[in-house]
Design a protein around this ligand. Sequence first.
Ligand SMILES: [Zn+2]
Length: 288
Amino acid sequence: MNKAIQTLLLSAALLPVSSAIAQDFDDVVINIHPVSGGVSYIEGRGGNMGLFIGDDGVFLIDDQYAPLTARIVAAIRSLSDEPIRFLVNTHMHPDHTGGNENFGRMGTMIFGHDNVRSQMLAAEYAEEPPLITFSDDMSFHINGEVVHVFKVPNAHTNGDVFIKFQGSNVIHTGDVYRTTTFPYIDVANGGSYLGTIEALNVLIEESDADTKIVPGHGGVSNVEEVTAFRNMLVVIRDRVAAAIRDGKSLEEIQGAGLTAEYDERWAGSGRIGGSASMLAAVYEDLAN
Ligand SMILES: [Zn+2]
């Protein structure tokens, strides 16, 4: 397709977007960071996107927010003119699914776990759920390698998947793993702290020393860092379990400094990634 026409169609497709709520996206800059082989990640605002380019077309993971789609597409077009064929949602959250409607209108096929679609519909999200869903796993055979998408134990939500680029040795984890803060467990959407530990164990099993791990938020990581992160979660789990055995309430547990030596590096300031909300999730799993 002629580039001018393509741009025209793209802008027309982007006009009626409903989900651009109260955030100002004007100053968001889209940066593409090469990871390995044809795989990059795209940083803008919201979750890290995955980008895989080659002769068969463009494959994306997640799509940030709707007002950013035109800028994201422009950034992709600086690297590839191939059609944007496939997009996988790692989970339901708006900072990972906000561009679904726009990409869908451009003809991109959008995939996600069954629970991503059902939870988005149940939560009455403004974002459009994936049109194609799967229960366990699926494989894309494109650009000379196998891209394996597979469900992991309920962790950040109940629809989390990892995406493994088997040739390039890259794994995108969605928000099950983030290098920015403590894990955020969306308990209302089926997330689980103990499931997060299990999912990180899967990530460790699927990785070798050279695997590049793209987290949902933050820079590229590796199995050594994931192992340390998993070990921290195990320590916190065991401390909360001991406190529960001692008859402590959730409020007492949140006030007991159980994460003190980790807080400076890992505690987020609010509900998402904060120590108190994480401890509430641990308590939820262990006390009930
Ligand atoms: Zn999320």
